[in-house]
Design a protein around this ligand. Structure first.
Ligand code: ATP
Ligand code: MG
Length: 491
C-alpha cells in the first residue's frame, strides 16, 4: 500500500509542485504551510511520510524530521533544502540525500524512494515501531547499570535509590562531587535508565570550549552568520533534541552564556546565531560540577537563577575516603576490568587492602583505578611490599591544600612533600618523572614519550635530580605483557 504524505513547506509554489508530483505518483498528500499541528497529522495518518522544507516560520525542518522519527518510529521523513548549485536536496533522518534539479524531479525521486521502502517492507507502522521502542530490554539495561556502578555503603545505596526514582523522570539533575568520584558515570547511567535512552546523550565539557565559540557550539549558527560560518551548523542542544544534554563542569560556563542557557532551559526555544526564527528543543538536562556551586553563586561567578533552574534534583557523590568500605569491591571490579585488558589479575593481601582503605584518595575512584593498574604492572601477583605501597601512595598523590583532601593526611603513611607542606615545581617534576619511569618499567624512550620530552632531556633531568639509571631497570614489570605496560604509560 502507498503510504500517505504530510508535506509542510511554506513556499506555495514549491509546495504545490511537490504535492502535485506526489499525487500524480498515486500518493494521498496533505499539504500545509506551517508546522503547527504536524504531530497530530502524522499520528492520524500512521506510517506516513513527512516532508518538511527549510523555510518554516515556526520550526526547523531537520528537527521536525528527527521528532517525527521519535514520535512514529520508522516513519519516512525528509528535510528539503537547496544546495549550493541550486538543486533541491531531500535528506532523510540518516542524512543520506536525494538530489534533483527541479521540484517535479524531486517529487518523482521521493515517490520512487517511498515505493522502494514499501516494497522492501521497511516501513513499519507507527504503533509497531512505538511498541518496539517501549519494549526496550529494560531488565538488561538495569543489570548492566547496577554492575557498572560499584558501592554498597549507605551513602552509595542512598544515591543509587535516588537515581532509581529520578532517572525515569525528565527532571533536571545537578550532580556535585569531587573530581574522580563518578559524576560522568552517574550522568550516563541516568540517561540509560531514562525513557530517552534510545535518543542521544550529548556531553558538553563547558570548560573545554573556547568562550568565543561557546554560543555557536551550544546553539548552532546559520550559514554566513559570522566570518568563517561557511555551513549551517545545528549546535549541541539541537543534537540532543529528544535526548539528554549533559553539561559537565557547568561551573566553568561564562556568565553571559549562563544567561542564554537559562533562557533556553526555561522556554525550550533557542535561536541559532544569525537565525531569524527560534526552534523548539526537547531536552533533559544533567549538569555536573566539582566546584561548590553555592559558593560560586556567593562569589558572583554563577547566576543564582540558573543555579535554581539546575538544582531541581541535587545529587552529591560521596568522596571515596568517606566510603572506604567500598574499596575492596571497587578493587575487585577494577582488577577484573584490567584482566579484560590483558593485565594480570591478582589478589591483594589483606594488608594492602587495609592500606588502600586508610589512604585519603584525593583523586577518588579515578586515582584508585590508576593506582591498582600501576600496582598490578609492578607486582603482577599482588604481593606489594608495605614500604613500596607507602611510597606509591605518597608519590602518586597530589596535595590539594586546605579544603582539598591533603595527600599527606593519608593514614597509610603517605610521605609528606619534601620540604614541608608546599612542594617546589622542581620537586613535583622529579616525582612525576620517577613515577612515569617506574610505570614504564624503566624504559627511558617510552618514559620520554609519555612525558612529552626527548630522551636526551630526560637523561639531563635525571642527572640533575641525581637519579641513577639502575634505579629504574625493568624488574618484575618485564613479566607483564608489552602492551599492558604501554597502556599504563599512555594513561
Ligand atoms: N562507583 C563507581 N564504580 C565503579 N567505577 C567508578 C565509580 N565511580 C567512578 N568510577 C570510575 O572512576 C573514573 C572516574 O569517574 P568519572 O569520570 O565519572 O568521575 P568525575 O566525577 O566525572 O570526575 P571529574 O570531576 O574529574 O570529571 C571512571 O573510570 C569511572 O568509571
Ligand atoms: Mg567528569
Amino acid at each position: 500500500m502507498k503510504r500517505p504524505v504530510v508535506l509542510i513547506i511554506r513556499d506555495p509554489a514549491l509546495r504545490n509542485q511537490l504535492a502535485n508530483g506526489l499525487r500524480r505518483a498515486g500518493r494521498d498528500v496533505t499539504a500545509r504551510a506551517n508546522a503547527e499541528g504536524w504531530s497530530a497529522l502524522v499520528e492520524a495518518q500512521g506510517g506516513c511520510a513527512l516532508i518538511a522544507g527549510d523555510d518554516l516560520a515556526d520550526g526547523d525542518n531537520v528537527l521536525l524530521v528527527r521528532r517525527a522519527r521519535r514520535l512514529a518510529g520508522e516513519i519516512s521523513a525528509f528535510a528539503i533544502s537547496p544546495d549550493a548549485s541550486g538543486n533541491f536536496l531531500a535528506t532523510d533522518h540518516d542524512g543520506s540525500p536525494l538530489s534533483a534539479a527541479s521540484p517535479a524531479e524531486l517529487a518523482a525521486m521521493l515517490s520512487a524512494r517511498l515505493d522502494d521502502e514499501e516494497n522492501a517492507g521497511l516501513a513499519r507502522s507507527a504503533p509497531a515501531a512505538a511498541a518496539a521502542e517501549a519494549g526496550l530490554p529494560a531488565a538488561v539495561a538495569e543489570t548492566e547499570w547496577v554492575s557498572r556502578l560499584s558501592g554498597s555503603t549507605p551513602s552509595m545505596k542512598r544515591l543509587l535509590d535516588t537515581i532509581g526514582v529520578v532517572a525515569p523522570t525528565d527532571s533536571t539533575v545537578l550532580i556535585q562531587g569531587e573530581s574522580g568520584t563518578g559524576k560522568d558515570l552517574l550522568a550516563r547511567l541516568i540517561h540509560e535508565r531514562s525513557r530517552r535512552r534510545a535518543m542521544p546523550l550529548i556531553e558538553v565539557h563547558c570548560g573545554a570550549i573556547p568562550p568565543n565559540l561557546m554560543e555557536s557550539e551550544l546553539f548552532g549558527h546559520e550559514k554566513g552568520a559570522f566570518t568563517g560560518a561557511q555551513m549551517r551548523k545545528p549546535g549541541l542542544c539541537m543534537a540532543a533534541d529528544g535526548g539528554t544534554l549533559f553539561l559537565d563542569e557547568i561551573g566553568e560556563l561564562p556568565l553571559d552564556m549562563q544567561v542564554k542557557l537559562l533562557r533556553v532551559l526555561q522556554s525550550g526555544w533557542l535561536r541559532p546565531i544569525g537565525a531569524t526564527h527560534a526552534v523548539k528543543v526537547d531536552l533533559r538536562v544533567i549538569a555536573a560540577t566539582n566546584r561548590d556551586l553555592k559558593e560560586e553563586v556567593r562569589a558572583g561567578r554563577f547566576r543564582l537563577d540558573l543555579f535554581f533552574r539546575l538544582n531541581v534534583i541535587s545529587l552529591e557523590v560521596p568522596a571515596l575516603r568517606d566510603r572506604a568500605d567500598d574499596i575492596p569491591e571497587l578493587v575487585a571490579q577494577i582488577t577484573a576490568g584490567l584482566a579484560r585488558k590483558g593485565i594480570a589479575q591478582a589478589n591483594f593481601s589483606a594488608e594492602v587492602l587495609q592500606a588502600l582503605r586508610e589512604y585519603s584518595w584525593p583523586g577518588n575512584v579515578r586515582e584508585l583505578e590508576n593506582m591498582i593498574e600501576r600496582l598490578l604492572l609492578l607486582y603482577p601477583h599482588g604481593q606489594v611490599p608495605p614500604e613500596e605501597l607507602r611510597r606509591q601512595l605518597g608519590e602518586g598523590s597530589i596535595d590539594l591544600g586546605p579544603g582539598g583532601a591533603a595527600a599527606s593526611g593519608g593514614a597509610a603513611g603517605a610521605t609528606p612533600a619534601p620540604g614541608g607542606a608546599e612542594m617546589t615545581l622542581r620537586e613535583l617534576e622529579e616525582m612525576h618523572i620517577r613515577r612515569v619511569l617506574r610505570n614504564c618499567g624503566g624504559n627511558k624512550t617510552r618514559a620520554a614519550q609519555v612525558l612529552g620530552i626527548n630522551v636526551k632531556t630526560l637523561y639531563n633531568k635525571m642527572k640533575l635530580a641525581g637519579m641513577r639509571r639502575e634505579e629504574f631497570q625493568p624488574a618484575r614489570a618485564v613479566a607483564v605483557a608489552e602492551d599492558g605496560i604501554n597502556e599504563s604509560c599512555r594513561g
